[in-house]
Design a protein around this ligand. Structure first.
Ligand code: C5P
Length: 403
């Protein structure tokens, strides 16, 4: 994790609330990661949590007695629940069971954790962990929307295989990813006053009124980056090809269809911006001419479409007079990933490039996940498989370092 992100956690106070879920053992790792970053951690466990992991384990990793009871005179004499609530810079409930989400939603105060949450002005993060059916249930989803409307931040859940044998959404986010998200929250104004322009999604190159050439890009990576930049305080413009995604309201979205339209918008918007990120999968070629009428099959046994090259948008942005300070590209490769990416870095005269291996079907394109390497002229960072929102936070932290 970049040093500037980790530094945001040093000397901060965190309450980790552990509720009853099979993923409770992972909260020990979360406590260790936060402590390693220089944070102070106090743990509150519900009765359910203690069925899965002992207070002794959590005491050992946090270095402090664990808080379990609301009405414990001895504990209240040490650090009572109101004092704990005031002490915290953030409360993180991880894992958060379906029941705990429902209880938070109702504003209950019949145990130490819920009382502390009610009493605390600190931001609240919840990392849900439950069976995929429980997560997808309308009741849980209604609770999630209510909590989100109240400004509570959700860490995950992730998708994948579950302890019960199901596969789906409901896995606890990995502790290292949680730590990064929390760090990003505290460094959330890292791009205050900066202008960021991002391209995302595919382009569509018309052949005739009903057909076009395009590619599999989902736009997820570019949208995740735009949301992360806007959250970090940047004035963010997203130039989006045709995708079925919506960006956060703070992002200004310019919708385009073809590479030429994307090119025009990018050159116009990139001038005097601080950062340009080319996450779009721009079609390299377009049909030389677009038929006015639908091309008929007739009795032809083959057809030829003449293609002409589209402008290389990012390479042109990197060469304009009022060039953005940092230009970040993306490269999808199927072999010699690092060597090809280095070549592009130099040929396009950009500052860094994130390269991934698209022959690996578990990442890239339409996947929720991505992994790869961020290369600049003097450094290489490997980024292991993670969801695209978390990857966006990593890339954002590198951008800030480069700025
Ligand atoms: O050359 P290649 O397409 O692999 O390079 C990928 C990078 O270049 C991406 O950042 C992409 O957004 C950008 N690009 C562009 N205009 C093109 C082709 C690629 O901006 N015509």
């Amino acid at each position: 994790m970049p040093r500037n992100a980790m530094a945001q956690l040093t000397n901060r106070n965190f309450i980790i609330g552990v509720t009853g879920s099979i993923a409770a053992y992972k909260s020990a790792e979360l406590v260790r990661e936060l402590s390693r970053a220089g944070a102070s951690v106090r743990v509150i466990m519900t009765a359910g949590a203690q069925e899965f992991i002992t207070p002794l384990t959590m005491q050992a990793v946090s270095g402090h007695p664990v808080h379990t009871e609301l009405l414990d005179t001895e504990a209240e004499a040490g650090m009572g629940h109101i004092e704990l609530a005031r002490w915290a810079d953030a409360i993180i409930i991880a894992p958060a069971s379906a029941d705990s989400l429902a209880r938070l939603c109702d504003g209950r105060a019949d145990d130490l954790l819920t009382s502390c949450v009610l009493a605390s002005p600190a931001p609240l993060f919840v990392a849900p962990a439950m069976n995929q059916g429980m997560w997808a249930n309308e009741a849980t989803q209604a609770n999630v929307s209510t909590l989100q409307d109240r400004g509570i931040k959700f860490l995950g859940p992730d998708s994948g295989s579950q302890a019960c044998g199901d596969i789906g959404t409901g896995r606890l986010m990995e502790p290292t990813d949680m730590v990064l998200n929390i760090a990003t929250h505290f460094s959330s104004r890292l791009l205050e006053g900066r202008r960021v322009v991002i391209t995302a999604g595919p382009t569509r190159e018309p052949i005739c009124p009903v057909r076009y050439l395009s590619n599999h890009s989902s736009g997820k990576m570019g949208y995740a980056l735009a949301n992360a930049c806007a959250e970090a305080g940047a004035l963010t413009t997203l130039i989006s090809g045709p995708v079925a995604l919506t960006a956060d309201p703070a992002v200004s979205v310019i919708r385009v269809t073809t590479a030429l339209e994307m090119h025009e918008a990018a050159i116009r918007e990139a001038a005097s911006s601080d950062v340009f990120i080319g996450a779009a999968a721009v079609a390299d070629f377009r049909p030389a001419s677009v038929a006015n009428e639908k091309i008929k099959r007739g009795n032809k046994s083959s057809a030829v479409i003449e293609l002409v090259a589209n402008p290389d948008i990012i390479a042109e942005v990197a060469r304009i007079d009022d060039r953005p300070k940092v230009v970040m590209g993306f490269a999808a490769e199927t072999e010699n990933t690092e060597a090809y990416a280095h070549k592009k870095l130099i040929e396009k005269a950009i500052d860094c490039i994130f390269v991934n291996d698209v022959s690996d079907k578990t990442i890239g394109f339409d996947s929720e996940f991505n992994a790869g390497m961020l290369l600049s002229s003097d450094a290489t960072h490997e980024l292991k498989p993670m969801n695209k929102r978390v990857l966006a936070s990593h890339l954002l932290n590198h951008l800030v370092t480069m700025l």
